[in-house]
Each structure stands twice: as C-alpha cells, then as structure tokens.
Design a binder for this molecule. Sequence first.
Ligand code: NAD
Length: 282
Amino acid sequence: MPESLLCGLIGTGIGKSLTPAMHEAEGAEHGLNYQYRIIDLNSRGLTALDLPRLVSSAADLGFRGLNITHPCKQRVIATLDALSEDAARLGAVNTVVFADGRAVGHNTDWSGFDRNFGRGLPDADLADVVQLGAGGAGAAVAYAIARRGAGKLTLVDADPLRAQQLRESLSVMFPDVEILSAGLDRLAAVLESATGLVHATPIGMVEHPGSAVPESLLHPRMWVAEVVYRPAETELLAAASRAGCRTLSGTGMAVFQAADAFEIFTGRTADADRMIAHMSSL
Ligand code: NAD
C-alpha cells in the first residue's frame, strides 16, 4: 500500500490555485497517495477568525500539513506550537506541518525565492538592489536578498509607511546591510545606479495588467527579478529583456516555495525541475 498523505491550502480567492496540482503530481512521482485540498475561506463563508478551529480540525482529521496564504500568514502564528527560525524572524508562516502532536510553522516564500534566485541569477551583483513592493511577498523576498548579503537594499512602495516599516524590521535583523526606504517619486533616481531590481507589487498580474516600472528606467547594468508569476512573462520582464537586463521570472519562486513545502510535508526531496516543467504545462 502506498503511503497516504493529506494536505491543504487555506486562504481566500484560491479556487484556481495551481498548488494542489503541483503537490499531487510530485507526490505521485514519489509513489505516494497524496491528496491536496483547497480550503477557500470565501467560498465556505469563513474568515481568518476561523483559523484556530480550522487548524486544530485539520490536525484532528489527520492532515499532514497546510499551506497558508493571504490573508492568514500572520494570523495563523497564534494557532501554532512552534516556528522555524526564519518564520519567527519574518513573522509570517505559509507552511504548517503537524507532527508528534505539535503544529510547527515554516516560511517557504523567502526560501522559494532564494533557491530560485540562486539557480537563475547565481552571480547577480547585490551591491545596490532596489525592491519595488513592501507587502507580504515583498517582506519575504527582501529578507532573502538581505540574507544573501546585499550591500544596499532600497525599498520603494506606493505606501511609504509600508516601505519604512519593512526597512525598520530588516535593519534590526541585518545590521550589516544598508537598508533604505524611498517614496515612488524617487524610483527613477534610485534605479539609476541600481545593480538589480526586484519587483514585488501585484502590477503585471492578469488581474492588474501593466508594469509598475516605466521602461525608460531599465538599463542593462541591472538584473530584474519578478515575483508575479501569472503570466510567466510579465510586461516588466518583457521590457527588461528589451533593455538588455538579465531576468528572472516569478514562476521559479512559486515552484520552489511549493517544492520546499513538499519536502517539509513528506520528508522527501522534490524534483524542482520536474515541478517547473509540470507547472509550465498547466
Ligand atoms: P500585498 O498586497 O501584500 O503587497 C503589495 C504591495 O505593493 C503593497 O505594499 C502596495 O502598496 C504595493 N504597490 C501596489 N502597487 C504599487 C505600485 N504601482 N508601485 C509601488 N508599490 C505598489 O501583496 P503581496 O501578497 O505582497 O503580493 C504581491 C505579488 O506577489 C502578487 O502578484 C502575488 O501574486 C505575488 N506573489 C508571488 C509569489 C510567488 O511564489 N511567485 C508568492 C507570493 C506572492
């Protein structure tokens, strides 16, 4: 009998998520009877306030683990028994594993971005990185960039307070990295000398078409890493390629965060190349 495993994803607006397909296909490759359920709060008339009940029910019902997405990544922490070191530092959890009667939270958003970055832009110059977007995904990717030992990291957001707050929390964690925040009006100035640009706003998604960065600000001395993954080639990435920048799409981050969660749930090494090929075919 193959080992049976039940996992799920809790969040809102996740009806069309590709995560179940990625996990189940990889599980099948490992000979597992792996089922991955969508638990969409909206469609069940639930809210993030129902999380404590949902998390303890999942444990009681024999779930191996849960992925957690918007708007629950912070709120879920109060329902857990322990956190990985990185999840504790980030104050956000996207993966919960149930083992030995305990619920332990991890964060594979930062590690997914980090593994994808190391694979796609291994020798990227981190001397002067600009990041646009300081929300949930932005916090995880800025953490990864700082952890990689960036020289300077400038956080820019349409909401200056968000950029400022992220700067403050990262500065405490990474005292050796020069971390700055700037308003959108400074984007052109900070990009002039940038060696890299990370894009972490929702602009470019199918639901929010366009690009948050004017094409005229892109230059071949910078690499461009995207967080948006649907579509795989955003308007920003297309413009960056035209400008002669090395680029990294958001697809790899989405796959590697799933691969890392798969490994936490199953204890097995996921084949990330196989998962990327599968995700690209969906
Ligand atoms: P969020 O709402 O938490 O944060 C978005 C931030 O972008 C906000 O602070 C907002 O003020 C800022 N912003 C919006 N428009 C802007 C603009 N034009 N210029 C500057 N700042 C702007 O959202 P999030 O959860 O961080 O998600 C952001 C994107 O990341 C989404 O497209 C999401 O799908 C994607 N994402 C991808 C992965 C992946 O694995 N590739 C993982 C998580 C999120």
